[in-house]
Design a binder for this molecule. Structure first.
Ligand code: NI
Length: 150
């Protein structure tokens, strides 16, 4: 049996940066009728929208670099997530104001996928593990990419 506990390079370490932003949205599928949207989304489809205090957790994984002890520099990850997601989304209407969300029904699920698409190209290949988006403390969606590793 390998002594994993005694060998710090024997397994991946998962490192998370959490960021916050506030935004409005409306759950609405323009391809369907108002009645269908009301039936499907309830008050989340109210015509003038509503807001959330979103919490986004971005997790990377890998072996700590022997020289720095870091999987990634969390300061750098913070800057990447701020630029890729927080700056374009904070205090915006996610249905109307954010270019990369055009045509996306802004559920937590779809936002998590879209945010992955913004963050993945900006970090070292293969290091992004998950993007978890909280709409409320009890409702969240997590995306682990199109081809998740076990
Ligand atoms: Ni909502």
């Amino acid at each position: 049996m390998p002594k994993r506990a005694n060998n710090p390079s024997a397994g991946d370490v998962y490192v998370t940066r959490q960021v916050h932003f506030n935004a409005g949205h409306r759950l609405f599928n323009p391809a369907r009728s108002e009645a269908w949207n009301r039936r499907t989304f309830g008050p989340c489809s109210n015509p003038n929208g509503h807001g959330h205090n979103y919490v986004l957790e971005v997790t990377v994984r890998g072996r700590p670099d022997p020289e720095t002890g870091y999987v990634v520099d969390l300061g750098e990850l913070k800057r990447i997530v701020e630029a890729a997601v927080v700056v374009p989304c904070d205090h915006q209407n996610l249905n109307k104001d954010v270019d990369f969300l055009k045509g996306v029904i802004p559920t937590a699920e779809n936002l998590a996928v879209a945010f992955w698409g913004r963050i993945a190209p900006r970090v070292r290949a293969g290091v992004l593990y998950s993007v978890r988006l909280y709409e409320t403390p009890r409702n969240f969606a997590e995306y682990r990419g199109p081809d998740p590793l076990p």
